[in-house]
Write a protein that binds this ligand. Structure first.
Ligand code: HEC
Length: 130
C-alpha cells in the first residue's frame, strides 16, 4: 500500500462515519427490542393505560411525571423538576433511584448500547421531540 492509498482509506472511513449519525445516537429498531423488557410495567402507544409505571408516549422532551401516573406512583418524578432528554434518561435508566431519590422504578439497564437504543425508541414515540 502506498502512503497516498493509506490517506485515501482514512478519508473513506471518516466520510462513512459522518454519514451515519444513528451509529452514535442509538437504533430505534434495536430499542424496540429492548423495550420488551419495559412492557411489564409500561405501555408506549398513544392513550395506552398506565401499569405499575406511567404510559411513556411522548415522554422524551416532557417534564418528568407529566403522563398519567401508574400504580407505583411516588410523586418523586414531578418533584424532581427534570425534563427528559438524552442526558437525563441515560442517568435515570442506569440507576433510577440513584438519579431521583425515592423513585419506585426497580428495573435498570446495565449496557450503554441498550440505554442509547431504548432512548432512540422513546424519542421516536414522542411527536414533540421530532
Ligand atoms: C418493574 C417495573 C418497571 C420496569 C420493568 C420499568 N419501569 Fe420505568 N417506571 C416504573 C415505575 C413504577 C415508574 C414510576 C416511578 C415513581 O413514580 O416513583 C417508572 C417511571 C419511568 C419513567 C419516567 C416517566 C415519567 O412520566 O416521567 C421512564 C422514562 C421510564 N420509567 C422508563 C422505563 C424504561 C425505558 C424501561 C425499560 C428499559 C422501564 N422504565 C422499565 C416501573 C418500571
Amino acid at each position: 500500500m502506498t502512503s497516498a492509498a493509506g490517506w485515501g482509506s482514512v478519508a473513506t472511513v471518516v466520510l462513512a462515519l459522518a454519514a451515519q449519525p444513528a451509529w452514535a445516537e442509538g437504533d430505534v429498531g434495536q430499542g424496540e427490542k429492548v423495550f420488551n423488557r419495559c412492557k411489564v410495567c409500561h405501555t408506549i402507544e398513544q392513550g395506552g393505560a398506565p401499569k405499575q409505571g406511567p404510559n411513556l408516549f411522548g415522554v422524551y422532551g416532557n417534564p418528568a411525571g407529566t403522563n398519567e401516573p401508574g400504580s407505583l406512583h411516588s410523586g418523586k418524578l414531578e418533584e424532581s423538576g427534570i425534563v427528559w432528554d438524552d442526558a437525563t434518561l441515560t442517568e435515570f435508566l442506569a440507576a433510577p433511584s440513584g438519579f431521583i431519590s425515592g423513585v419506585r422504578m426497580t428495573f435498570r439497564l446495565t449496557r450503554e448500547d441498550d440505554i442509547a437504543n431504548v432512548i432512540a425508541y422513546l424519542k421516536a414515540n414522542s411527536p414533540g421531540a421530532q
